[in-house]
Ligand binder design. Structure first.
Ligand code: ADP
Ligand code: MG
Length: 768
């Protein structure tokens, strides 16, 4: 029996299989063959050490002149670590190679292989150490190493071996224990032994897009003879990645359209009509259009799956409320799922307020046909919780707002017709699925709302089974937010002007937020609530190594100490403001370590104006809505992601007064961090910022896959750069699925789809 795509890796990799699984999670031959080279080196361009530049990637053929192992105490881990210092020479010059190993057996193995007189190919990034050029942990291939030949004979053999290598050398992502060259050898063997390369692209699709076969692509990506071959291979493989992903999404959408849902056509003079009559403002044209779209979806006998995106303040909540009322008018219930307790409480308050007596159904003074709005969060007392649960189960509560507490098994609905998920980017797909499962035999309609604008291709890839609607305009009369970067590195005294500005605003009757990256007071980590795993950008980067070099505002700091100043914390900052610059104002704190009641009462006090200045973590990022708050000061703003800053500042300027956002930073304004802040200050276009944000993240992060250390499955496709490929693949996949939904005529594609389902990637694609 020959080697197949799904064969176990050990059949070809032997003992390296375990290392490959450990390092990359690979189990099959197919996994290995989709481990594409990270870099290609033209053999002709192998460097001669003539003119090295810092950070340049080089590959050299050189001879080892000296090789010496040193052991040193490893301060971070304890115990010893090892360093192999090697000097290699070409005919022109010498270069230092330094290899670091934590484990002795690896270090010893390295010292035994890289010995004086041996010749090898070394590849890495040029660094500088003690005035000499150096490569740190370069990828290394020694020639004729086994034979132990040294001297002239060895050098000759090495040269011959080098001559025999292909024109383009491939450098693979590798680890200390598993060298690029070893991986390359295993790949070569697998390519030779493989019986048949499955081809996921239907022939007409492949031909129509001018792509090479899978077999050709695989050989060319791993063993190209020319850059043209490498390019053709990548083009094909990239398309294939998009095509398989899109096939899954198109299939899923087709299946959803085949599911049954209870139509919710509403009724005349119901809650929705009466609510519309009493709205205190005119809906924007966008709100009207999107509202109609959604009501249309709800009336259909198939489940709605719609993504509603719109800037902070664009009025998504009102649109969602209309949809929820329509469902109640049709005899069903609606659930609104919020990512944090603060936001759930806020939604509960604002829905109740918007509905007025319509939300007091069955109560004295309430509307006879009105409904009730329930709240369900994790920290509620047992009695309140039990009573809400009963009302949800009996149907007395038509609208229920909650956090993930809504997802627990105990919560049973009388007739759940609609699930609204607010701020999607913080919600896992599994959580949405859990709530859908509560509608027993019929699938509820689902509306997902997000304020983080999602570029089209990301939407197509991540939410490809959802229809999307976008609210582009903000309600009229909204004054724009002015954003300014305050660089404290050069002007430490400016911080005093910032506090003076806050005093002025409060003097004029307004309120302010001061946002800090940390809770502080000894707690270096923010709570899980504030830093959900879904958004890697949320967790402040407090690691002193990763953080930018910051200098304290006052230079009384102990000189010579290299310890970076920790980012601002809520507790210290509030205490400092109360004791000094804002001592005459009412300052309050809000963060995830407070109890739910404290959070609730603080928010309430702030929203009725009893608190002037709210010092908070990103807990206020989403949804908090206090129209009288006009100024936001963000401390150590460089610690936040671009989209997050945009979200945060959306909290001010919600009323008729113009908003002001001050981004304070101790980072150099010329540094990349400083430039990011300048970009935020320079535009209020959320889409542009979201793109910038995505570009700075790794692809897997964009897809939300790496937070749990999982692989995104996309190697060559970038959802940011390859929009055209995704669009073309989407169209091709739609055509194929339209004719053959379950892919009976496309067994290779069906298998690739099944593999993707099984792989962890399916976790984030899976929504059903
Ligand atoms: P989002 O959830 O999209 O951030 P909200 O729905 O919370 O926005 O709306 C923000 C604020 O604007 C709320 O106070 C809301 O009542 C108000 N609002 C919504 N639509 C309009 C409109 N058409 N005209 C004026 N104000 C509006
Ligand atoms: Mg909102």
């Amino acid at each position: 029996m020959g080697l197949e795509w799904d064969s176990r890796l050990s059949l070809v990799a032997g003992s390296a299989a375990a290392s490959l699984e450990k390092a990359f999670g690979y189990r099959t031959v197919g996994d290995l063959l989709t481990h594409y080279p990270r870099r290609y080196v033209d053999k002709g361009s192998v460097s001669d050490l003539g003119s090295l530049r810092l950070d340049e990637q080089i590959t050299v053929v050189a001879r080892v002149q000296r090789s010496e192992q040193r052991a040193y105490p490893d301060r971070r881990r304890g115990g010893m670590a090892y360093r192999l210092e090697v000097t290699v020479a070409t005919e022109q010059d010498t270069l230092v190679l330094t290899f670091f190993d934590k484990r002795k057996h690896l270090a010893d193995w390295r010292a035994r292989t890289i010995t004086e007189g041996s010749t090898g190919l070394f590849s890495g990034k040029v660094g500088r150490f003690r005035d000499r050029w150096q490569l740190t942990n370069p990828q290394t291939k020694l020639f004729a190493a086994q034979s132990g030949e040294a001297g002239e004979a060895g050098a000759d053999r090495a040269l011959a071996e080098f001559e025999e290598m292909p024109n383009l050398l491939t450098i693979y992502p590798a680890t200390a224990a598993l060298q690029s060259w070893q991986i390359g050898d295993t790949v070569t063997l697998a390519l030779e032994m493989l019986e048949r390369v499955p081809d996921t692209l239907p022939e007409p699709v492949r031909v129509a897009h001018g792509l090479v076969t899978a077999e050709q692509a695989l050989r060319w990506v791993h063993r190209p003879d020319s850059w043209a071959q490498k390019g053709a291979a990548e083009k094909r493989l990239r398309f294939e990645e998009a095509f398989v992903t899109q096939t899954i999404l198109v299939q899923r959408r087709a299946r959803l359209q085949g599911l049954q849902a209870t139509p919710r056509p509403g009724r005349a003079d119901g809650l929705l009509d009466r609510f519309a009559q009493r709205l205190p403002f005119t809906l924007t044209a966008g709100q009207v259009d999107v509202g109609q779209e959604i009501l249309g979806d709800l009336a259909a006998p198939h489940p709605m799956h719609r993504l509603l995106q719109g800037e902070v303040g664009s009025g998504k909540t009102v649109v969602a409320l209309q949809a929820m009322l329509r469902v109640v008018d049709s005899g069903g219930q609606a659930a609104l799922l919020a990512p944090t307790e603060v936001l759930a409480q806020q939604h509960h308050r604002s829905l109740t307020a918007l509905l007025g007596d319509l939300a007091a159904g069955g109560m004295l003074g309430g509307d006879a046909e009105g409904t009730q709005v329930g709240l369900l969060t994790g920290s509620m007392g047992a009695a309140a919780r039990r009573s809400t649960l009963l009302d949800v189960a009996s149907g007395a509560v038509g609208l229920v707002v909650g956090t993930h507490a809504l997802l627990e098994d105990l919560v049973q609905f009388a007739d759940l017709g609609l699930v609204v998920v607010d701020e999607q980017h913080r919600f896992g797909v599994e959580q949405r699925a859990a709530l859908s499962a509560k509608a027993r035999n019929r699938t509820p309609h689902v509306l997902v709302m997000t304020a983080t604008p999602i570029p089209r291709t990301v939407a197509m890839t991540v939410f490809g089974d959802l229809e999307t609607s976008t609210l582009v305009e903000l309600p009229r009369g909204r004054a724009p937010i002015q954003t300014t970067v305050v660089g404290l590195l050069d002007h430490p005294d400016w911080v005093q002007r910032v506090w003076a500005r806050i005093r002025e605003e409060v003097g004029a009757g307004r309120q302010c937020y001061v946002v800090c990256p940390r809770i502080g007071d000894g707690a270096t980590q923010v709570s899980a609530e504030e830093s959900p795993a879904q958004d890697p950008d949320v967790s402040p980067k407090v690691s002193p190594r990763a953080g930018p070099k910051v200098r304290s505002g006052d230079s009384a700091d102990s000189p010579g100490s290299d310890e970076p100043v920790p980012p601002a914390g809520v507790e210290e900052t509030a205490a400092m403001l109360e004791a000094g610059p804002l001592s005459d104002l009412k300052v309050a704190r809000l963060h995830g370590r407070l109890s739910a009641e404290d959070k609730e009462s603080t928010m309430r006090a702030f929203s009725v104006g009893e608190v002037d200045v709210l010092v908070a973590t990103t807990v206020i990022e989403v949804g908090v809505d206090v129209a009288n708050a006009t100024t936001m000061v963000i401390l150590d703003a460089d610690r936040f992601g671009v989209s997050q800053l945009h979200q945060l500042r959306g909290r001010v300027g919600r009323g008729e007064h113009g908003g002001l956002c001050l981004l304070l930073t101790r980072a150099d304004v010329e540094s990349p961090a400083g430039e990011r802040l300048a970009a935020v200050a320079g535009t209020t276009d959320g889409f542009a910022l979201s793109r910038l944000d995505l570009e700075q993240r790794r692809e897997g992060d964009v897809l939300g896959a790496t937070q749990s250390g999982r692989r995104s499955g996309l190697r060559l496709l970038s959802v940011i750069r390859h929009e055209d490929v995704i669009v073309a693949a989407r169209a091709a996949a739609s055509e194929v699925v339209a004719v053959d939904q379950e892919l009976g005529d496309h067994p290779d594609l069906a298998r690739a789809v099944a593999r993707l389902h099984e792989s962890e990637q399916a976790d984030y694609l899976e929504k059903a």
